[in-house]
Design a protein around this ligand. Structure first.
Ligand SMILES: [Zn+2]
Ligand SMILES: [Zn+2]
Length: 256
């Protein structure tokens, strides 16, 4: 099993995972041509994808999903809440193959098993996902306002983790955002700061963990060095062992 990011941050997110003959995209916050270019950079064509699974309706995760699915006839999986939010915002969903996700139930797509789990975030029915080939597991967690026992239970024992390090509290507090935006980001339905992500990591079963990638970093309220240091401290490892996903490049293929 292997996975790569096409880009990660508030300007757009997309990740691809592959097992056997199955490749899935997780979220697509990029415009159509941009998504195609980023897939090509990862050595993939749109026709290689068995589907797109969506975490929630926020634009940096969902803006590119339906245009891509329509253009390339790729099926889409999302919760009913995410579907309803996109529909209510005026998105055209009729000409896409849509599957509704039960946020408590795993489902197979080809050679990949997809386990959704619920997260606290200010969207209609947000989930995050653990992807598995039956033996190895990749856990993805972005866009969560705080740590929950449910999140930790789902991410424990994974071989690889992609985990949000959205902000450093001091940089957010002293930064240029208006007070209402600062409050939203820091709220329990907002985003994960470096220390909270570290706290989550520190409580997991990490005996099988081979890759940790900090993702969804704010370009205004965080730095790669701060995110790396927080996760490395939580894991008692060298900072160099932690990877950081970038907005422009994401990260290259990792194998588990
Ligand atoms: Zn986001
Ligand atoms: Zn979000």
């Amino acid at each position: 099993m292997r996975f790569a990011s096409l880009g990660s941050g508030s300007q757009g997110n997309a990740l691809v995972a592959e097992s056997g003959r199955t490749r899935l995209m997780l979220d697509c916050g990029f415009a159509l041509a941009e998504t195609e270019a980023r897939l090509a950079r990862a050595g993939l064509a749109p026709s290689d994808l068995a589907g797109v699974i969506v975490t929630h309706e926020h634009g940096d995760h969902a803006d590119g999903v339906l245009p891509f699915a329509r253009r390339h006839a790729v099926p889409v999986w999302m919760t009913y809440g995410t579907f309803a939010a996109l529909r209510d915002a005026g998105a055209t969903v009729e000409d896409c193959t849509l599957h509704l996700v039960d946020s408590q139930r795993a489902f197979p797509v080809g050679d990949l098993l997809v386990q959704p789990f619920t997260v606290p975030h200010d969207a209609r029915e947000p989930v995050q996902y653990v992807l598995s080939d039956g033996a190895r597991r990749l856990g993805v967690l972005t866009d969560a306002g705080c740590a929950t026992a449910h999140i930790k239970a789902n991410l424990s024992g994974c071989e690889a983790l992609v985990i949000e390090c959205n902000y450093d509290p001091g940089m957010l507090e002293g930064g240029p955002y208006p007070p209402s935006v600062k409050a939203r980001i820091a709220s329990r339905l907002g985003h994960l700061d470096n220390a909270t992500s570290g706290e989550i990591l520190s409580t997991l079963d990490r005996t099988r963990l081979r890759h940790v990638i900090a993702a969804h970093l704010s370009q205004t309220n965080n730095t790669p060095a701060l995110a790396r240091a927080a996760l490395a401290q939580a894991m008692a490892c060298e900072a160099e062992w932690i990877s950081v996903a970038t907005q422009d490049e994401g990260f290259g293929w990792r194998e588990i």
